[in-house]
Design a protein. Structure first.
Length: 290
């Protein structure tokens, strides 16, 4: 797979070698696996983190992207290169844009067939993708109303929310003090910062209501990589907050893999080298065996 991809890149041919094959349908007796990838950018806008090319994305039912895919993802032809890797038009690819993925909603929709904030339901899970660049980490206006409507009307057993900024850390009694130690963007007020926002007062109470109904909630942020590749926090209400991302110069980058079966949803942070070395469905399923 690796040599083939390098050959295609060196030939200047952009094709969907990683994720364009039809995905098998899940049944009630099997599990579905999802992969989360974020901050794949390097320091130049010619390629992404090299090890991502070696991942076999066909093994996963969903590819979840946490933003900052390139230095300037929509510059010139680079977006076509990203599309060739992640198959952005697929309903099974969800992308929460970061500060390095700046573009209009119209342009984003023309490329992906989705708005910057959107939802998708499969099996027992509803995925909600948010745009935390829209209002400096705040979820407001039409996006807030859309988000709350999805929560109110969901019939899913699981909710997975994808954002670039880890907005749930702001003003939290424990997580807030870790922002500058964990996230790529520092606390502050700027387009790449983790800005003060309305999560704790306007978003979190709605999540608690769902959790009290027995719905599993996982929120994943993608603005990680420089300082750490993974973050996890489970609060007293049982809501799970995760973060995951790459920095191409680091040797121990991790990938977040999730597994859903008919009764639960689980997650694991796996070193990318191990995931590349053991690219079989059996290995991925083995990660979640008790």
């Amino acid at each position: 797979m690796r040599n083939f991809i390098k050959h295609m890149m060196s030939s200047g041919i952009l094709c969907c070698v990683l994720s364009c094959a039809p995905l098998s349908q899940n049944n009630n007796n099997s599990s579905s696996t999802y992969i989360f990838l974020s901050h794949t950018r390097t320091s130049t806008n010619d390629r992404i983190f090299k090890k991502v090319y070696d991942l076999n994305l066909e093994l996963y039912e969903m590819t979840l992207l946490g933003g900052d895919l390139g230095v300037d993802s929509f510059q010139d032809d680079f977006i076509n290169h990203i599309d060739s890797i992640f198959n952005l038009k697929s309903k099974n690819t969800l992308w929460s844009v970061g500060n390095h993925d700046v573009t209009t909603n119209e342009n984003f929709k023309n490329l992906t067939g989705k708005n910057k904030y959107h939802s998708y339901k499969t099996n027992n899970t509803t995925f909600i993708t948010l745009d935390t660049q829209d209002s400096l980490s705040n979820i407001v206006g039409k996006q807030k109303q859309y988000f709350l409507d999805i929560l109110k009307n969901t019939s899913s057993k699981n909710i997975i929310i994808i954002s670039h900024k880890l907005i749930f850390m702001d003003q939290h009694p424990i997580m807030d003090g870790q922002i500058n130690k964990v996230c790529n963007g520092p606390k502050g007020k700027c387009d790449y910062c983790h800005n003060r926002n309305n999560f704790q007062h306007e978003i979190y109470p709605e999540l608690v209501k769902l959790k009290e109904k027995g719905i599993n909630i996982i929120w994943i942020g993608g603005d990680l990589g420089y300082k750490t590749s993974s973050f996890e926090y489970k609060d007293l209400n049982g809501i799970i907050f995760l973060g995951n991302g790459f920095w191409f110069k680091n040797k121990e980058n991790k990938v977040l893999v999730l597994s859903e079966d008919k009764s639960s949803i689980k997650y694991k942070f796996v070193f990318i080298d191990s995931l590349i070395k053991n690219q079989t469905k059996e290995y991925i399923n083995h990660l979640f065996e008790e």
